[in-house]
Design a binder for this molecule. Structure first.
Ligand SMILES: O=C(O)CCC(=O)C(=O)O
Length: 270
């Protein structure tokens, strides 16, 4: 990349952009400061423990308590998944519209970025991931595969503690054959070299819509939590009838993030 081109990046280094292009994923350590993480964990606890009187479009999925494992008081109802948590309040709206995240998407995908959808994927104690290797593409077809998920981790997340696994470079091989419309047989990836994306609280990972990945299991007594917001270019057009909250909300035009910070804490912007 030329010096002039690298200056055009809003957030990433040229090496980070190249890594994403080559591998289909990117980890960014300490994207959120300790102060921001404290507030995120407080907001997240509220999100999973106060499930009543939420907007009807927000949905929760609960996991029965796994045999031999306690329920973590931080996630007392064993919430395993949510759709459209972005409707909960201005904090979660601010989280997905954050200009820093939008700048990362501009760097990776181009000048015009829209929101796609927001969800939560938790791994309560004893969680076993039954969804195998998959690309997100069959779940979210567009006219071109210019989408990515941004996963925010809010605690240490390692091997057998809920870490996301990814197969580097698998996004460059097009659409993989599936056995049930979405999952790819282990046999087809047996010669690949998966990477466990161990993360700390405050880290993010960006996952290309075509890269093979899967969530990990959690064999500890502490719940793990991932917030997943997905973004797309304005140019790629939804083909799967996306009815999720704020789908298509314009977030960047001509490389300029559009949304201001909207969440205030103790009278000041975070
Ligand atoms: O929760 C994770 O670590 C990954 C989630 C995932 O694979 C997905 O939502 O497609």
């Amino acid at each position: 990349m030329t010096a002039a081109a690298s200056q055009e990046l809003l957030f990433l280094t040229p090496q980070q952009k190249q890594f994403f292009d080559d591998n289909g994923y990117l980890n960014i350590k300490s994207f959120y400061s300790p102060h921001e993480l404290d507030e995120m964990r407080r907001q997240f606890h509220e999100l999973v423990s106060q499930t009543e009187n939420r907007p009807k479009n927000m949905s929760y999925a609960f996991m029965p308590q796994a045999e031999g494992y306690p329920v973590d008081p931080y996630n007392p109802l064993n919430v395993v998944g949510m759709m459209d948590h972005v409707l909960a309040n201005e904090y979660w709206f601010d989280h997905f519209t954050d200009p820093r995240v939008v700048a990362v998407m501009v760097d990776l995908f181009g000048p015009n970025i829209d929101f796609h959808n927001g969800k939560i994927r938790n791994k309560p104690p004893g969680f076993v991931c039954t969804q195998g290797w998959h690309q997100d593409w069959p779940y979210e077809r567009h006219t071109s595969p210019d989408l990515a998920a941004v996963i925010t981790y809010i605690e240490e997340t390692g091997f057998e503690v809920g870490a996301t696994e990814v197969i580097p470079g698998s996004h460059r091989k097009g659409e993989w054959p599936t056995y049930n419309g979405v999952c790819v047989a282990d046999d087809l990836v047996k010669d690949e070299k998966p990477v466990v994306m161990a993360a700390s609280g405050g880290d993010i990972a960006i996952i290309h819509v075509m890269v093979l990945h899967r969530a990990g299991h959690n064999f500890t007594h502490t719940s793990r939590h991932a917030i997943i917001n997905e973004y797309k270019t304005a140019e790629t057009i939804d083909q799967w009838n996306n009815r999720c909250a704020f789908a298509g909300l314009p977030l960047a035009r001509s490389r300029k993030p559009l949304m201001p910070r909207v969440h205030c804490r103790q009278g000041r912007r975070i």
